[in-house]
Ligand binder design. Sequence first.
Ligand SMILES: [Fe+2]
Ligand SMILES: [Fe+2]
Length: 282
Amino acid sequence: MPITPQELIANLGDLPPLPQVASQVLRVSADPDANAEDLRKVIAMDQALTSQILKISNSAMFGMVREVTTLTQAIMTLGFSTIKSVVIASSAKNLYHRGTVGLQERLIWEHALVSAIASRAFAKSLRFARVEEAFIGGLMHDIGKSVLGVKFPERYGTLLRTVYNEQGGCLQLELDTFGFDHAMVGEALVSRWNLASSLQSAVRWHHDPLHAPEEHQELAAIVALSNQLALEEKIGIGDPRHLEDASSQAMEILKLSSEALAGIKEGVRAAIEQDKSMVAEF
Ligand SMILES: [Fe+2]
Ligand SMILES: [Fe+2]
């Protein structure tokens, strides 16, 4: 029997909070009356975040024409919604790095970032309106793995090594070991961070998007396809063949034929190639 969210929290204990600056940025960027100056003040309190935003603003990913040197410029050029992605990405990065050790750490973070870039590119070519939300969905989909790594470093480290050596599917091993999987844990974290309910669903259902509530299925499907594409590109830990069922569900939701999907994937691969410099910089 699957465990309830309450049992999950009881088993996991406290989840890592969203850093304070990040939650303030989310609050300000969601406020229709807030302006760029309000946002600048909040971000400026955090030196590391400020330099990260400037660096990202100037990376290939956002195709800047002229160099961005101030926060105000960055906010004006990128817009609130992209700044929000960068801030969540920076918080997620810290957690991804805390949750795992050595090689796994780097692989899981690169997988998150490449899935995020892929989700954004899928969203654009599918004319999905909330492109930045797709980016965050891709970025956060496996965050439950990091939480498991923080909570159970030894047991989860061993489990990931088994997956890495291609001796099993991640989800089933997690269920056998803990009674819950990284998708459930990820959902708990995303809701703890107060991210949108669409994102909670996308994280929860990225391995079976047809189970997501109908209004969130498209986003879950986009994240599922990105996850598989990232593994096909050999970025991450796991065998993309374990994700075939997730992908066929996604194709059904998005009404894509195999030919149509293959065409879109070409474009997504090109986007990953173009944005790859960001993976090294971030
Ligand atoms: Fe996953
Ligand atoms: Fe993944």
